[in-house]
Ligand binder design. Structure first.
Ligand code: XUL
Length: 544
């Protein structure tokens, strides 16, 4: 019986999913999570991020990710839940865009770790930069403009790399680092993504970057899947020599390093597979290995994504084309104000999740023409660089109305800003932490006019990583398993979970779409007062 481990190094936690794959039996055998704030409080993170003075800056300590890896693998081994000698391969998923800067000592230190001492006691000296900018950082507006100008404009950069310049993308972050700390940049021997850094720790040697995560850097030629010279040149001097290799998602980095074998009892034949981004891994974890469906992940960020057989770039330049772990492509659009916005409303009104759901049940679709734009943090889509929640016709103290408004606002904005993807949205696969909440998914079904399905394993990124480990191990053994066969039985939605849209509510949301878009344009400073549009909506569907 073969076992495969998938790890998901996300913003707030590290999660493991172990799967067992046999011809007749396919099942998840172990799952566990380490939450950074709660289990490793000594790093001082809040929701996985370090506090700072500048609201546009978001950094995390890479040591917390390394510590979580040691802690989680110790748990896997000590619980004796699985027979580690049967673990054939491990792959992983990392929050996208975040970068880790290692100096020239890293390779030797990681290859010679002492198994009698914790990992984090041995690696503080390998970093050329103590903290890592992560995807929530939006402090690189100037660098985005400079990079776009150098390659011939946003459209040209989008066509080359799959996205125009985005503040959280790794290239603009590297450029900012080079400009502000040229000496530390010069000392950076290797610049990893979160994904390739974690794979490096497991393999004890520098791991490659895959095209799924590589496309989130504004540095990779999307069509050719190689580092794009024009983008590198526009970003920082000498960058090519500092980047890991780009290799296919099913590449084997090597056997697991002796540290993990001696310290936690892993088998020295366990293979480490290249890691990818969390969204590319989720694509596999929800079984989107052919065109025609979209998934929505409700996590720290909310993302909407779909498989693409070819690279299709967003003409409105709000979204992205990434590589997919199948070797093809995926489209994605990201909303920063996901779970943290839902939690802010929940906490502000003293509700638990049951109370939050009850408020959704008590309130009417359309919310009596009360609208909320949930920009608790600067937003990625639409681009908002100054945080500030905007309310239209909505009393800040009305708990029920604010609960419905935040969910309707999130679903409206996802629906409106994802039309460019040009994929059918008749069925939506819901994943991520909040996808267990059926009241939230009811709003999703009605706003998108689509059937919505849930999955048994909520963490599709970790499951997708485990499935990728299985796939890569098969490829390494000389077999070529089809992706439908790889995901069979694991990444299939629970059919009985289907939520069907209600025709009368779909009509309400169709009418709200214009009023919502008017609020958004007004809040962005590019549109008129939306009061008349909201009044018209209220006259038809009822006002507060
Ligand atoms: C995607 C994005 C986020 C991160 C965090 O572009 O920025 O979804 O991957 O999980």
């Amino acid at each position: 019986m073969s076992l495969y481990l998938g790890l998901d190094s996300s913003t707030q936690s590290l999660t493991a999913v172990v799967i067992e794959v046999e011809r007749a039996l396919r099942r998840v055998v172990w799952q566990a999570s380490i939450r950074f704030d709660q289990h490793l409080p000594q790093y001082g993170t809040r929701n996985g991020v370090l506090a700072g003075d500048d609201p546009l800056v978001a950094h995390s300590p890479p040591l917390v990710w390394a510590d979580a890896l040691d802690t989680l693998l110790a748990k896997l081994s000590s619980e004796r839940a699985i027979d580690l000698s049967r673990l054939r391969a491990v792959a992983g998923s990392g929050q996208q865009h975040g970068s880790v800067y290692l100096d020239a000592s890293a390779a030797a230190v990681l290859a010679n770790l002492d198994a009698s001492r914790p990992l984090v006691a041995q690696i503080p000296g390998i970093f050329a930069r103590e903290t890592s900018p992560i995807w929530m950082d939006s402090s690189t507006g100037a660098e985005c403009a400079e990079i776009e100008a150098a390659v011939g404009g946003p459209q040209a950069l989008g066509e080359l790399t799959g996205s125009k310049a985005f503040e959280r993308f790794t290239g603009p972050q590297i450029r900012k680092f080079w400009k502000s700390s040229p000496d530390a940049y010069a000392r950076s021997d290797r610049i990893h993504l979160v994904s390739s850094f974690m794979a490096t720790l497991l393999a004890g040697k520098h791991a490659p970057i895959d095209p799924g995560d590589g496309a989130g850097m504004n540095l990779m030629d999307l069509a050719g899947k190689f580092w794009a010279p024009a983008a590198l040149e526009a970003t920082a001097p000498g960058l090519l020599a500092k980047l890991p290799e780009l290799r296919e998602s099913w590449s084997i980095v090597g056997p697991i390093a002796p540290y993990w074998v001696k310290r936690h009892g892993f088998s020295s034949s366990t293979r480490v597979v290249a890691w990818s981004g969390d969204n590319p891994c989720s694509l596999i974890g929800v079984g989107l290995v052919e065109p025609g469906l979209v998934a929505i992940s409700l996590g720290t960020s909310d993302t909407l994504f779909g498989y693409l057989p070819y690279a299709r770039v967003d003409p409105a330049a709000e979204g992205h084309a990434f590589g997919a772990p199948t070797g093809d492509y995926m489209s994605l659009i990201c909303f920063k104000n996901g779970s943290l916005a839902r939690e802010r409303i929940r906490e502000r009104h003293g509700l638990d999740w049951a109370g939050f759901s009850a408020a959704l049940r008590r309130t009417r679709p359309g919310n009596g023409a009360c609208v909320l734009l949930p920009w608790f943090e600067p937003e990625i889509t639409p681009h908002v660089d100054r945080a500030g929640v905007r309310r239209y016709g909505l009393d800040e103290d009305d708990a029920d109305a604010n609960v419905r408004a935040v969910i309707e606002g999130q679903m409206m904005t996802m629906s409106n800003h994802s039309r460019w993807m040009g994929v059918a949205r008749k069925s939506i696969y819901a994943t991520g932490g909040a996808s267990c909440n059926r009241e939230i998914l009811r709003v999703m079904a009605d706003v998108f006019d689509a059937d919505v399905y849930q999955f048994e394993v909520g963490n599709s990124a970790a499951l997708g990583a485990a499935l990728r480990a299985f796939h890569a191990d098969e490829v390494a053994a000389g077999r070529q398993p089809g992706w439908k066969e790889v995901v069979r039985e694991f990444a299939e939605p629970v059919l009985e979970s289907r939520i069907v849209p209600e025709a009368s509510t779909v009509r309400v949301y169709r009418d709200l779409q214009d009023a919502y878009a008017a609020c958004e344009r007004h809040a962005l400073g590019i549109g008129e007062d939306p009061a008349p549009a909201l009044r018209r909506f209220g006259e038809i569907h009822g006002a507060k």
